[in-house]
Design a protein around this ligand. Structure first.
Ligand code: GDP
Ligand code: MG
Length: 439
């Protein structure tokens, strides 16, 4: 998908403004790229229409190149298409939270049971699994083995008991043991059939689940969206889990599910290990689709998003080690505009995989930094040296922003570190010095 889109941007190089005429060809590329990624035709049509309308109506933004402008519009619309925000799992206020998993055969339901338990355990929740696939003894054994792997109890009742009865007994057992989250595995079929739907309806009636999640295989492309719709109409679901995103799926499923079915993708599976389950971030996915994979392209694009003058100004300041708190704010806000801290952190080499907890931490610290910078005088923002020199000033900022003096000192130290880092990033090898804070 991203290589197809890359072609679209290239065609706008050298243009001054986005017009109906000059976007026609890039829009055809985008349309083709989406269709090749197996996004359904009605979704592609609406998407292309929305993006075109916005692009043409947009006019000139001084200093921003049209191809970057189009990247931005496509990015934002992709995020919207995928539901915008992260869709969190819901938990029951009283008694155990019950999660019922449904889906066709081989999509990864049984694996998801254990992965989900592993994921929720990390959040401090106790879990129990219920083996509801009564058609194959091997399915029960599989769940028991996976349960052992993640150290979570598995309730089994053999293959002679009806799934709805197993659900009832399992839930009783969970309540007795004060379990926080009960996850029920069910049997899939090769295709949708009435027997499966009736069974799921019976189980759902007994469990009264907080979440009914349809597990779908990303490889099925636009078919995934149709499946989510059908299951939602038949049994009523709360969302989907997209598995096997690590395979060579073309992304169509991730793009179509929300738009077609109205139900969000809540989690994605990216591998066979128990740790390979994470929340679905529309923002991150859009970034990945657009192929913004490394620090350099991030820096380039962030600068494109900012006004050109600002960028040039910034560059000069970085070169002369004058990068100040105003730039810091501008930069961090541009970063936020670029699409989520999550993506940015993912781009920093050596950070490796970033956990959702780390991301929340980073976003929190951004808010804290903003509060402190807002408490600075214009002079202080321009001359971080003033703050390095004066503990009184730091004390005042701490008080006005409601943060600790230590937090202010950290921020001041950070801006000097950033000067050095940014200089290095820009290819200027001699670094500025980091002054010690006087106290
Ligand atoms: P079920 O029939 O829906 O219960 O599917 P299973 O949980 O038994 O999974 C079927 C196969 O898909 C197994 O070999 C799993 O290891 C594999 N699988 C499940 N999720 C993923 C995933 O996210 N990535 C990859 N690569 N394989 C997966
Ligand atoms: Mg199974």
């Amino acid at each position: 998908l991203s290589s197809g889109l890359e072609a679209a941007w290239t065609k706008l190089k050298g243009e001054e403004v986005l017009t109906k005429e000059n976007i026609a060809e890039p829009m055809r590329d985008i349309r083709r790229a989406l269709l090749e990624a197996d996004v359904s035709l009605p979704v592609v049509r609406r998407f292309v229409q929305t993006v075109s309308d916005q692009a043409v109506g947009m006019g000139v933004i001084r200093g921003v190149k049209p191809d970057q402008q189009l990247v931005k519009i496509v990015h934002d619309e992709l995020v919207k298409l995928m539901g915008g925000e992260v869709s969190e799992l819901q938990f029951s206020k009283s008694g155990p939270t019950v999660i019922l998993l449904a889906g066709l055969q081989g999509v990864g339901k049984t694996t998801v049971c254990a992965k989900l338990a592993c994921y929720l355990k990390k959040q401090g929740k106790s879990c129990m699994l219920i083996a509801g696939d009564v058609y194959r003894p091997a399915a029960i054994d599989q769940l028991v083995i996976l349960g052992e792997q993640v150290s979570v109890p598995v309730y089994t009742a053999g293959t002679d008991v009806k799934p709805a009865d197993i659900a009832k007994q399992g839930l009783k057992e969970a309540k007795k043991n004060n379990i926080d989250v009960v996850i029920m595995d069910t049997a899939g079929r090769l295709q949708i059939d009435k027997g499966m739907m009736d069974e799921l309806k019976d189980v759902k009636k007994v469990l009264n689940p907080t979440e009914v999640l349809l597990v779908v295989d990303a490889m099925t492309g636009q078919e995934a969206a149709a499946l989510v719709t059908t299951f939602n109409v038949e049994i009523g679901i709360t969302g989907a889990i997209l598995t096997k995103l690590d395979g060579d799926s073309r992304g169509g499923a991730a793009l179509s599910v929300k738009e077609v079915s109205g139900k969000p993708i809540k989690l994605v599976g990216r591998g066979e290990r128990m740790e390979d389950l994470e929340p679905f971030y529309p923002n991150r996915m859009a970034g990945r689709i657009l192929g913004m994979g490394d620090v350099l392209s991030f820096v380039e694009k962030a600068q494109e998003v900012m006004r050109q003058e600002d960028a040039e100004d910034l560059q000069k300041k970085i070169m002369s080690a004058k990068f100040d708190f105003n730039d810091f704010l501008k930069q961090t806000r541009a970063v936020a505009k670029m699409g989520s801290m999550t993506r940015v952190l993912g781009m920093i080499p050596g950070m490796g995989k970033v956990s959702p907890a780390q991301i929340r931490e980073a976003e929190k610290s951004l808010i804290i930094m903003e509060a402190m910078i807002e408490a600075m005088t214009p002079e202080e923002r321009e001359k971080p040296e003033l703050l390095a020199e004066s503990p009184e000033r730091r004390k005042r900022i701490a008080k006005d922003s409601g943060k600790t003096e230590q937090q202010v000192s950290q921020l001041v130290a950070q801006i000097f570190q950033m000067r050095v880092k940014m200089k290095n990033l820009m290819g200027v090898m001699e670094g500025g010095s980091i002054p010690a804070l006087s106290d």
